[in-house]
Design a binder for this molecule. Sequence first.
Ligand code: ADP
Ligand code: MG
Length: 498
Amino acid sequence: FMAKIPLLEIRGLRKSFNGVEVLHSVDLTLEKGKVTALVGENGAGKSTLMKILMGEYHADAGEVFLEGEKVVFSNPHQALSRGISMIFQEMSPFPELTVAENMYVGREPHKFIFIRKKEQRKMAEALLERLGIHLDLDRKVKDLTVSEMQLLEIAKAISYDSKIVIMDEPTSALTDSDVRILFATISNLKKHGVAMVYITHKLDELVQVADTVCVLRDGNIISSRPIHEVEQNVMISEMVGRKIENIYPRVEKQIGDVVFEVRGLERRGEFHDISFTIRKGEILGLAGMVGAGRTEVVSSIFGINPYTKGKVLLNGEEIHIRCPRDAMRYHFAFIPEDRARDGLNLVGSIRSNMCLTILKGVSRCRGIFPDSKGERDCTARMIEQMNIKSNSQEQPVNSLSGGNQQKIVVAKWLLTQPDIVFLDEPTRGIDVGAKFEIYQLIQELAKEGKAVLMISSEMPELLGMCDRIVVLKEGRLAGELLAQDATQENIMAAIVKE
Ligand code: ADP
Ligand code: MG
């Protein structure tokens, strides 16, 4: 009798950076044809663990066994040559090469010293075909969309005939249809016996892809179970290290009169005849597919791209917002979807970012000078109130996790004491702990009597957070539902109805 040898076994792995241990004796086992999901808050050590496995970092202690044989990789090349590949979140470094060239860069099929371009192209074509990925082989990588680049990276990783493929948040930049392609690719690879590690913050994806779920918290494996034994609440509690009964916290609150209204809003070519209201203390959800015009409507109200027809009313009176500064004077806040582009100065400090809207002279906070005591106090209060994990107010925001960055964007707007708050995909790309805190904040805003409008593509989030949901489809209203009547199915039905 011989015990079954796992495909890969990690035992007692330890790693410190600058004297701080971030992985404490981690064990992990991967099986042939199985997907192991690795979940945990930002900073838990997921990427570090995988980079050690790939030979990019060196462990301080512990062992790795590949099919029972002890292996030590000093660089990713060695890992690749033994059939372990990783899809990196970072994009391809060869923007001028075509898709086909990129796939085989550094290992082109040769004849003497000449690269056999035709053969290379054929190989690439066959691979994409097998994976069900449609990419133009002759397009330059710099001309691909983010989603297409990600699919290329995936194809590339798989092209090494890998036994193990590691995916670190592969869907964070993918569109819905590309996510489906990826999932189909994953199940295809499983049939071929490939083991995968799947790192994600999107817990709803797990049931679709994972066989086993491992929770990593502060460098320790907290649990490892088959997916069908995993309860989401338990998993989330394990991830954040405290009990969470309901990830969508509801607070007792009063819903008052209509404070905000749009009537027949139009911006030609983008959206038409949009009418809705928001009451004091209400959270209104805006549902729809990517491209349905949700962001366009909200940024138009906020004065970024003016509407060409229709009215915006505040407390029953028509107002004219021509630019974001006007919107701020009316005490509107807009937390945009793309933090890196619109929400933050990434190289700036926490304090300079938080106080940016104040500096623009929004009336309620006027008269505060840069780096004054007033600014320092505001920032300290927000860091405390929002539980932002940082070393100092001077820390540049690009050194923080996505969740903490998002909290800074929210904090920046809260300092303007808004009455009407628009949030566009407020939890995209952030981990569960930070998500929960953002949800609590949104509920608190509503409780304080603010009118909240929230765009989200995550249906459970809309259902969990909103009092009422408006559905947009191809730039038009396609339905309105009260939260108590809304289900994932009837929202979906409104989104797709002809
Ligand atoms: P996760 O991928 O789960 O978000 P990481 O593995 O990136 O977590 O990080 C785990 C911990 O190790 C964090 O505290 C992070 O700051 C630290 N860390 C990661 N990489 C480095 C590095 N190259 N230098 C110093 N500290 C690092
Ligand atoms: Mg990571």
